[in-house]
Design a protein around this ligand. Structure first.
Ligand SMILES: NC(=O)c1ccc[n+]([C@@H]2O[C@H](COP(=O)([O-])OP(=O)(O)OC[C@H]3O[C@@H](n4cnc5c(N)ncnc54)[C@H](OP(=O)(O)O)[C@@H]3O)[C@@H](O)[C@H]2O)c1
Length: 262
């Protein structure tokens, strides 16, 4: 038995992950925060401690690098901490044609969005089952359609939704719930890293990271299989299965081409 039962949140240095950390902390969860930027993680840990909550464990590492998940597990063990709730939030995408990017940059998307998410889930699963804990995987509405102009990213999020639903079904009898959080456009650092044109984005509706985090937390605690925050996103996800790919693919390609920064 470990002394600390923690909620592990990846990608907690900004955006949706940082707001998930604030929401979990405000509801009394003890946290471990992971991302590459140590300074931002320490600042968030200071903020949470300053609000009278236990100081989160800070683990700065690059999850896209082989061996990172093992390093993360070692760091938690050194803190005598076991994972009760796992939040796989770290992720990124790249806007533009697949042929326009160095393959290594695009493989980094699958390394982080798919491999690290899967490895962390499988590695911590025995402890999560023993604790009758929960898993929150951050996917996207991009999971529900092919994404020409952002092909690897959309496909990676389809994996997250599929893996989460299947694992949730396997774990139903164990009392562990698996929730896929599927946000639409959310104002975070995501767009800059994806090289999406900020001017093009300004005309589009977007949710706040905090609204997405609150919806994700509520859905996780209710044991929901899938959470799509926001009415417009919910409608989109309901309608997509009725739109033929022959119509959808050129539309998505045009939409994504317009968003790509020059
Ligand atoms: N924003 C949107 O419109 C949107 C929509 C749908 C889904 N999502 C999903 O929401 C999740 C959170 O994204 P966000 O919008 O909050 O974007 P963000 O502001 O860019 O945050 C991404 C987080 O992931 C961390 N991260 C990135 N690469 C990492 C790596 N190699 N190792 C460890 N941590 C890494 C970043 O921290 P460091 O840079 O410090 O490592 C940061 O904390 C992602 O899975 C994204 O795909 C976002």
């Amino acid at each position: 038995m470990t002394a600390r039962r923690i909620t592990l949140i990846t990608g907690a240095s900004g955006g949706i992950g940082a707001d998930l950390a604030r929401v979990f902390a405000s509801r009394g969860h003890d946290l471990a925060l992971v991302a590459r930027n140590a300074q931002k993680l320490e600042a968030l840990a200071d903020e949470i401690q300053g609000s009278g909550k236990p100081r989160p464990i800070v683990i700065a590492l690059d999850l896209a690098v082989p061996g990172a998940c093992a390093g993360l597990a070692e760091a938690l063990a050194a803190n005598d901490a076991g994972v009760e709730i796992l939040v796989n939030n770290a992720g990124f995408g790249l806007a533009g044609l697949a042929q326009g990017y160095d393959p290594a940059e695009q493989i980094e998307i699958t390394d982080l969005n798919i491999r690290a998410l899967t490895e962390l889930t499988l590695r911590f699963l025995p402890g999560i089952i023993a604790a009758r804990g929960r898993i929150l995987n951050v996917a996207s509405i991009a999971a529900f359609l092919p994404g020409p102009g952002m092909a690897v990213y959309y496909a990676s999020k389809a994996y997250v939704v599929s893996f989460s639903a299947a694992l949730g079904a396997e774990l139903a009898a164990s009392g562990v719930s698996v929730t896929a959080l599927c946000p639409g456009i959310t104002r975070t650092g995501f767009q800059e890293r994806a090289r999406i044109d900020a001017a093009g984005l300004a005309s589009l509706p977007g949710m706040s990271a905090m609204a997405v985090a609150e919806a994700g937390y509520a859905g996780l605690m209710a044991g929901r299989r899938r959470v799509v925050p926001g009415l417009a996103n919910k409608l989109l996800v309901k309608l997509l299965p009725f739109v033929p790919n022959a119509l959808l693919l050129p539309l998505v390609l045009r939409f994504q081409a317009r968003r790509r920064a020059a």
